[in-house]
Design a protein around this ligand. Structure first.
Ligand code: BGC
Length: 751
């Protein structure tokens, strides 16, 4: 497979000798100790982060301010004239020099959202991986998001990092996007809530987390040059709303601007995105770092809101190096702005306690066994049971022969590729898989579904077939009582999948196996939605996403009913690509430098909203997910008081086993005056024993009842009668009630 490399590397190297050595003289005197610093005014922990920032800024030289806004790559680029700073951590994503004389630590930056990643190479860190971000979104459980964030943040800290480049919340507008697995799905409320919780968890370790990729970076094809055209109000009600909610709930120390252009201007020098929306309207006080290779200028970028250039040598120049110093000296960039840039970095470091509770180098103190349980719980709550005819699952006792087929299920589970790649403790389960350059290799984690199944199969004989020969697999299937076929779709940063079909002839494999034995369950390990031409012929389908470090065990437990599946889709599974707003992906994967526009003419009607608007029937709707038990809803009521809509109802577990339900509240406007017939207004996941019932009460964010008004930056709720529906998916309403809302206006932040 040929995939585009990170932009700018070749160009940068062609400039010759891009060294990571800092442009400042080494510290003349030894750095003061913490005791010596203790009496300094900016070290006073009773002052606010903003006050401390101003105090320390006063002490800083111009060179020191410039130092804080220049980021290096933490990995050698062999033969390319680039050596990482010696103080950086090997095979890491980023490094920024600190100011030891003032007690300001270096910034050690690591990818990414599922755990502590390593850049590819022979000496990778082995760490715990969460399931994909998509899986965590499918839990619909912010507590799971927080717990996972807290766990990977602890590993980052133990590994010597004080910044995680984690918090991807780009909406799934394009189901073929190779990075959808890193994100939180297609709905702004769900994605913003889950990703916000994860950021909060990461930062509970006194390190910074980074909301990314801001913004509208929704496909990888042509990501460095494409231009997104979208109306302000539509963006504020969709992609930007996801960022806004994640920012409010997670309070990230930093935000990473993205590769693409928006309305003709690169995101990392886009005054609308950075100065107006993020820092102005939302009041973001932390710093904006560029994606690696996404800085394109000095004066424009600095004045339009970029605070830190990241990842030299991926850019064409050291824009925020000497060039920025000169631009300030010449008055092209005001001194006040440089103070603001450095001040924002400092603010985030004070606010998130990087200065008061500094990371003190890598430690060998990770409790991998405990962390394996955290990721396992996430995987178990995020797997989605899509089909289960005649209760094929959970697997019954007393079977004689079980066949396990395909996708290296004998040894491991798949993960998503690219900069977020976490390498597994104990090494990769399958060695030698490509691609040989970024974003490879394809990594399977050594958590064997086969072993997990064997351990629970009682006396049954469990046989594995690798699936490479559909006829042989079908013969095994025909002689078995139950067949479990594993199917996979590897997705990764830097490329999109060409279509939504499973690769490598797997549809034919599944069809052949299902024909030989209808007692076939399919377990999918995919980045997002796939088509299922064989769906009617199989008994059960379990979407296991990329299930992380303990994925094999989690799959085994769900298949045997030790865990009752409770994941619900955070995306729509289309029935065909023809149903998408853009049936053909814009751009050309063979021409990564092509400049083209992607017109979001669907506006805010993303995902299920588009399907509703057009009356399209998806393969599986947003919010969908089966359980081994059943639930009923009762007593739905909605009332408006003090500018707030509250919805309450009772859920009962009406089946025979304990389970968790995701109650989804959808809201619909009076005259169908929104971008689409309905929106997710609130949700709640809760665990219920058999026969147990509980009352639920949720509040609907006023922005989800309103239309955004660009002209005065408000959200306006039209007066009238709204429909409130509690549902088990976007297409499975359980009860509806009407509620009258008065015409109401809230500010840009929904207050
Ligand atoms: C990715 C970012 C990542 C950065 C550093 C870029 O290619 O888009 O998500 O944080 O590299 O590795």
């Amino acid at each position: 497979m040929t995939v585009p490399r990170k932009i700018g590397l070749i160009a940068a190297c062609a400039l010759g000798g891009l060294m990571a050595s800092p442009a400042f003289a080494q510290e003349p005197a030894p750095a003061p100790t913490r005791q010596e610093l203790a009496g300094k005014p900016w070290m006073n922990t009773h002052l606010s982060a903003a006050e401390r920032t101003q105090l320390v800024l006063k002490e800083m030289t111009q060179e020191e301010k410039l130092r804080l806004v220049m980021g290096y790559f933490g990995t050698d680029l062999d033969g390319k004239h680039y050596k990482r700073p010696k103080e950086s951590l090997h095979q890491s994503a980023g490094f920024v020099y600190g100011i030891p004389r003032l007690g300001i630590p270096n910034q050690w930056q690591t990818d990414a959202g599922v755990g502590v990643a390593s850049q590819r190479g022979p000496n990778v860190r082995e760490r715990t991986s969460l399931p994909s971000g998509m899986n965590t979104a499918a839990t619909w459980n912010p507590e799971v998001g927080f717990a996972g964030g807290a766990m990977i943040g602890a590993e980052a800290r133990s590994s010597g990092f004080n910044e995680m480049l984690a918090g991807g919340v780009n909406l799934v507008r394009e189901p073929r996007n190779g990075r959808n697995f890193e994100y939180g799905g297609e709905d702004p409320l769900l994605a913003g809530t889950i990703v916000g919780a994860q950021i909060k968890g990461i930062q509970s370790n006194h390190i910074i987390s980074t909301l990314k990729h801001y913004a509208l970076n929704d496909q990888e094809t042509g990501r460095n040059f494409l231009n997104v055209e979208v109306d302000d109000a539509a963006a504020r009600m969709s992609d930007l709303l996801a960022f806004q909610i994640a920012n409010e709930q997670g309070q990230p120390g930093s935000v990473m601007c993205s590769y693409n252009r928006v309305d003709g201007i690169y995101a990392c020098e886009n005054p609308y995105l950075l100065n107006e929306v993020l820092k102005g309207d939302w009041g973001f006080k932390g710093f904006v770092m560029s994606d690696w290779g996404a800085t394109h200028s000095t004066v424009q970028a600095a004045n339009n809101g970029l605070d830190q250039q990241s990842g030299v040598p991926f850019d064409k120049s050291r824009y925020f190096g000497d060039a920025l110093g000169e631009a300030v000296a010449n008055g092209w960039v005001p001194q006040k702005r440089l103070d603001d840039m450095a001040g924002r970095v400092l603010y985030a470091m004070f606010e998130h306690k990087l200065i008061d509770d500094p990371v003190t180098g890598p430690k060998n103190n990770i409790d991998f066994a405990a962390h394996a349980k955290v990721t396992q719980n996430d995987a178990e709550e995020g797997m989605v049971l899509l089909k289960n005819d005649n209760a094929l699952l959970p697997i019954k006792t007393g079977l004689k022969k079980i066949a396990i087929i395909g996708s290296h299920a004998d040894v491991g589970v798949l993960s998503g590729g690219g900069s977020s790649q976490v390498y597994p403790v104990g090494g990769m389960a399958v060695k030698g898989l490509g691609p040989d350059s970024f974003p490879g290799p394809t990594v399977y984690f050594p958590s064997s579904p086969l072993k997990a199944i064997q351990a629970r199969a009682g006396g049954a004989q469990v046989t594995f077939n690798d699936g490479s020969d559909p006829a042989a697999a079908a013969r095994l299937a025909a002689s078995s009582d139950l067949v479990i076929v594993f199917a996979h779709q590897w997705t990764a940063e830097a490329f999109d999948v060409p279509n939504l079909s499973l690769p490598d002839n797997q549809d034919a494999l599944i069809a052949a196996v299902a024909k030989a034995n209808p007692h076939t369950a399919v377990v999918l390990e995919t980045g997002g939605a796939v088509l299922m031409p064989w769906l009617k012929d199989v008994g059960a389908v379990l979407e296991a996403w990329y299930p992380g470090t303990s994925g094999g065990e989690a799959i085994g437990r769900v298949l045997f009913g030790e865990v009752n599946p409770s994941g619900h889709l955070p995306i729509t599974f289309p029935a065909s690509e023809q149903q998408l707003p853009r049936p053909v992906l814009d751009g050309d994967p063979k021409k990564p430098e092509l400049r083209f526009d992607v017109n979001y003419s669907e506006g805010a009607a993303v995902g299920y909203k588009w399907f509703d608007l057009k009356g399209l029937k998806p393969l599986f709707p947003f919010g969908y997910g089966l359980s081994y038990t059943s639930f009923s809803y009762d007593g739905l009521a909605a009332h408006w008081a003090d500018g707030q809509l509250t919805v309450s109802f009772t859920i009962k577990n009406t089946g025979a086993v304990a389970g968790k339900d995701v109650a989804q509240v959808y809201v619909a406007s009076p005259k169908g005056s929104w971008e689409a017939p309905k929106r997710l207004g609130a949700f709640q996941k809760l665990a219920l024993k058999p026969g147990e019932s509980r009352k639920v009460s949720v509040k609907v964010d006023p922005r989800l009842l309103a239309m955004y008004q660009s002209k005065d930056k408000t959200w306006k709720i039209a007066g009238g009668e709204y429909q409130v529906t509690v549902a088990r998916s976007a297409l499975d309403p359980q009860a509806s009630v009407a509620v009258k809302l008065p015409a109401t206006t809230v500010d840009v932040n929904g207050k």
